[in-house]
Design a protein around this ligand. Structure first.
Ligand code: TXA
Ligand code: MG
Length: 329
């Protein structure tokens, strides 16, 4: 069954069609990274602006030599530990990668996804797969095949169902200069782990206004409902209303809450989702995007969140919550 599906995916991708693929982070919308027409289809299906470059997926870092000019030794060391996995390497590209993939940047983002189905697919192809997350541009990333189907089902010929994504937030994007690593997007591999393995203090260059600093455009990963990422002290609950400091007043029945490990008093329980009652930060990441989608469907006007603790994958969770929010803390 699965083998048949993989063979069908191979066939479609060879014809420069696009296919949704599972990874351990989020689902991707994949096409032949060497073929401009295939890439064009990805941008069209997602309604993605061309200034936002794509990540190219392959099955080993060494294999990336086909399409990058050099690989720093520290990346090999990191790949030994974290690949396949939620770590994306920025590398100088060869001309075989069309400019449309990298939005004319001289570097290409490379990742080895840790999902058996997608790894077997990659091994059957003689080209790598460019794949952004499989959601309409700006909306919440998909962590199940059903999420992909709900929004892009009519635009793509095949969705490979590999189950729910284990990690639940996108990969960490890193660059290298003179042996020093910089994080450009927080993600599945934590800053703490990178620091522990490299012995470096690692800087993060996360920007929301500069599209050459990866993935960090404003209003990203956002539900349709207005989301407020605020502090507990910035709200006051009186009788049946909730007052947001400097903002509006809502009836408590109009408010949804996305919590880490605790419910918010007074808000109806059916309008609250707690990511990890046991306080497990990995579990919170795994459930994040699904929870945002669920709240988005409820009969409420706004979603409030206080974020999660700021360690390990919590940095990536808070980054996504901030980008999803109309009003930041
Ligand atoms: O976990 C992931 O990384 C998922 C799965 C499908 O692999 N992919 C993903 O792709 O999150 P996407 O397109 O949603 O986000 C990729 C981000 C883009 O926002 C882009 O700005 C950044 O990576 N990026 C890609 N190439 C880059 C480059 N050459 N330089 C800087 N940033 C780059
Ligand atoms: Mg994305």
């Amino acid at each position: 069954m699965i083998t048949k599906e993989i063979d069908l995916a191979v066939e479609l991708l060879q014809k420069n069609e696009i296919v949704a693929i599972p990874t351990e982070t989020v689902y991707g919308l994949a096409g032949n990274a060497y073929n401009q027409k295939a890439i064009q289809k990805i941008f069209e299906a997602k309604n993605r602006p061309q200034y936002d470059p794509l990540i190219v997926h392959t099955y080993s870092l060494d294999n990336a030599k086909d399409f990058v000019t050099s690989i720093p030794s520290i990346f090999y060391e990191l790949a030994n530990i974290f690949s396949p996995g939620a770590l994306t390497f920025l590398l100088p590209k060869k001309n075989i990668i069309p400019d449309i993939v990298t939005s004319h940047l001289p570097t290409v983002a490379v990742r080895i996804p840790n999902h058996s189905l997608t790894l077997s697919l990659l091994k059957k192809l003689d080209f790598p797969l460019a794949a952004p997350s499989a959601n309409p541009f700006g909306y919440i990333s998909p962590t199940t095949a059903q999420h992909v189907e709900a929004q892009l089902g009519d635009k793509i010929p095949l969705i490979l169902d590999g189950g729910a994504c284990e990690i639940g937030v996108e990969s960490t994007i890193i660059g290298e200069k003179n042996g020093q690593i910089t994080i450009f997007r927080y993600g599945g591999v934590s800053k703490e782990d990178l620091e522990a393995w490299t012995g470096q203090i690692i800087q993060a260059q996360i920007s929301s206004s500069n599209p050459t600093a990866p993935g960090q455009l404003e209003s990203h990963y956002a539900p349709e409902k207005k989301m407020y990422f605020i502090k507990r002290n910035d709200i006051e609950i009186q009788n049946n209303t909730i007052h947001l400091k400097n903002f509006d007043v809502f009836d408590i029945n109009e408010v949804g809450f996305l919590g880490f490990d605790e419910y918010l008093e007074k808000i109806p329980r059916e309008n609250q989702i707690i990511l990890a009652e046991n306080g497990n930060i990995q579990l919170a990441a795994q459930r994040l995007f699904g929870a945002m989608r669920e709240l988005d469907k409820k009969n409420i006007k706004i979603i409030i969140t206080f974020g999660v603790p700021t360690y390990q994958i919590g940095l990536a969770i808070n980054d996504r919550l901030q980008r999803a929010s109309t009003y930041l803390q």
